[in-house]
Design a protein around this ligand. Structure first.
Ligand SMILES: Cc1cc2nc3c(=O)[nH]c(=O)nc-3n(C[C@H](O)[C@H](O)[C@H](O)COP(=O)(O)O)c2cc1C
Length: 167
């Protein structure tokens, strides 16, 4: 067994395949903010809670800490470029995207495999990240294949039998 040294630790964590999300929120002035995040996960069904974590070094950290909520877009398989666009630091992440504000003013992207509109319920200290737990107020799902991330690269989802049949 190895001690958690950074490079190898990252590689080991990368063995956990995830989906890819874009988390959006807005500044007090209504400026749209978004980041790509693969740290999304479900937490609770009742109440409906989800979580994700954001690096403390992220330029948008203060906005997520203050805004009171976020929209989770689970990306569809063809949205690799959107994932890259929101992973690049900079002010023009929403360029060429026909987004619309939800009733709380957070951007809703035109395309996604699923959307969860969340109110931030808890924020936890998580080392070099902050963990955000959101209560899902509304959601929508579309029947499209999803983008997968594994070992630092986008991957294809192998379609196959459903685990456990009825899970
Ligand atoms: C597939 C993928 C998943 C990512 N997941 C996360 C994540 O879960 N948390 C995080 O803080 N950064 C994650 N990043 C990096 C951020 O998207 C990136 O650092 C972004 O520029 C941060 O935005 P900001 O600095 O403009 O606020 C991920 C990047 C990619 C490409």
């Amino acid at each position: 067994m190895s001690q958690p040294d950074t490079r190898e630790f990252r590689d080991a964590l990368g063995q956990f395949a995830t989906g890819v999300t874009v988390m959006t929120t807005a500044t007090e002035e209504g400026k749209p903010v978004g980041v790509t995040a693969s740290s999304f996960n479900s937490v609770s069904l009742d109440p409906p809670l989800v979580l994700w974590s954001l690096a403390k070094s992220a330029a948008s950290m203060r906005v997520y800490e203050k805004s009171g909520g976020f929209n989770v877009h689970i990306l569809a398989a063809h949205q690799e470029e959107i994932s890259n666009q929101f992973a690049r630091p900079g002010d023009d992440k929403f360029r060429d995207i026909d987004w619309k504000p939800c009733d709380r003013g957070y951007p809703v992207l035109p395309e996604y495999a699923a959307l969860f509109r969340c109110e931030t319920k808890f924020q936890y200290e998580g080392g070099d990240h902050v963990i955000f737990v959101g209560k899902v107020m509304e959601y929508e799902t579309r029947n499209s294949p999803v983008l997968v991330f594994h070992q630092g690269a986008y991957a294809e989802l192998k379609s196959g039998t459903k685990a456990g049949g009825n899970l």
